[in-house]
Design a protein around this ligand. Sequence first.
Ligand code: WT7
Length: 666
Amino acid sequence: MSQSEGNIESVLHEDRLFDPPASAGAPWHIGSLDEYKALYKKSIDDPESFWSNAAEEMHWFSHWRQVVSYEAPDAKWFVNGTTNLCYNCVDRHVENGFGDQVGIIWESEPIGDEGPEILRLTYADLQTEISKFANVLLDKGVRRGDVVTIYMGMIPELAIAVLACARIGAAHSVIFGGFSSQAIADRVEDANSKVIVTCDGSWRRGSVVPLKDNVDQALEILGEGKVRSVIVRQRCKNGIDWVDGRDTWWHDVMQEAEADCDCVPLDSEEMSFLLYTSGSTGKPKGIHHTIGGYMVYTATTSKYVFNLVPDADQVFWCTADVGWITGHSYILYGIMPNRVPTLMYEGAPNFPDADRFWDIVSRHRVTQFYTAPTAIRAFMKWGEEHPKKHDLSSLQVLGTVGEPINPEAWMWYHNVIGGGACPIVDTYWQTETGGHMITPLPGATSTKPGSCTLPFFGIDAAVVDADGNEVGANEGGLLVVRKPWPGMLRGVYGDRDRFIDTYWSTIKIDSKPVYTAGDGARRDKDGYFWIMGRIDDVINVSGHRLGTMEVESGLVAHESVVEAAVVGMPHEIKGTGIAAFCTLAPGYEANDDLRKKLREHISDQIGAIAKPDMIRFTDALPKTRSGKIMRRLLRSIAAGEVEVNQDTSTLEDFTVVAKLQGGDES
Ligand code: WT7
């Protein structure tokens, strides 16, 4: 089990129950625990009727013939139904007479004399812009089933590009703008993507991230001819290089594009997108999601978990980037079908000042606010005077996602941001699950700081031992899901074995494989889930998943490093920081200059989020007699604990431990 083993803090908070308020503006969809329990039981006993009711709230061009067909690990949902994600996010609202309602509110990072730039795009505006861009993609030769790579900043055109793909049945692969050219190259190659949509640059904390330069470098790595077209949206007017015949300006092609382009009726099981995420081994894997099931799952979780109600003056704001699953599901695909405006903010939480988020909440009267524990810890550090400057009384529901939230951060969020009056939904889920899996419902579930509480409807989550038997209250075990759900991944792109090995090989129940999330968990006496952390070599840095192997491969790719071991270490803001232990090639000196070079090197190889927080140089890594790196020992060393509890009897060389512990730090 990983670093958060034995979460004493959370045990102490177990009996602090926070009951939901009677209402928070709009009436609660689910108003009591009994109501939740009754519906949960129905959803587990008869998933078909629960999910077909949910799917009836969406538009289908042709009705499904079967709700689900399942032979583990392969599920099909809403079999033979045809639908379209873009239609359900946008066109349906126009058809129903809501064309002039606002679908997306966008705010720029830069603040001019008149304040930030704010755009309010109605469903009718979106329909026009998306249709035009869909025609641009078609004109560039994109066809149903092709993968379009999108590497942009948080601007409305990112949403337009994503939804334009959905409109014509192209799959998108959105790459977070913080990833490096090497990371882009890997993903473009794996997805065999021929068209890239990008920007000249994006704004981040007042500086320009050179997105187009990164794409150019990625295409250099890949070699000529791999990618046919690069469409560039101008944003920062930073100078960029241009390749004639390959590169096109967004504004040029959009000017000529027709505004008519029908949504294509697509099979429920066609691929909607790929999203790359880190695993415990090798390169990131492309998580494959579908259309019908993903749509129903994200829209239904959005509705209940955030209590979305159309025409109730709600403004939903998720602070994630669209480049992560949180942004896919809870900025766009799950929120928009609920006909509640979704807010997209371009930049950093502390630009120009540490109160930027609260300024946004108060000016736009945000009702649902969804962010990550790492951000909350940063806000705590910056001080409560920043939120206190603003009127946050519009807030109804607060959400968190990405990593376990420490009870101190939970309490701060509850009191300082929510004024003690807003339910907090601590949503546990993964890129692979498409949407929320274990989460409170704001009007129904009493919450406990640090617990993601109870499973969502239809989610048969359990904590089991290695034989698949449920463990007793407060015993640790593996988190599994025993029944299929509509939002589940359908595969790892191009790698069936990896799909099976990673998710379906650890636990079998009645000789059938069950989905294994890769997290350790326990349930308390009330059945509440407490996530205890990853059980594989994946670490969660600021709510973003990183494979330790990925960082290790990055380090040894540098000429100075012979061998590297990477582990997580406690970090005040990030939750988990990255500690790297490296042995050096002859002729290289262990010093701060080299540390700096290695950090930059990792930033180039993967992205800034993967930069080690601490690099230690050592003559040798501690290994067991069978040659396995003693990661547990390295974790203790990185955490600054004394080595008393460590079983070092199998260490090959005790002097190594001494050396490591005396090692210099950055
Ligand atoms: C991993 C998934 C889901 C979107 C963001 C991250 C951890 C996620 C929670 C939570 C405790 C959490 C798990 C999970 N995680 N949410 N509320 N409480 N842990 O997506 O990159 O796919 O990472 O994040 O370890 O497996 P991801």
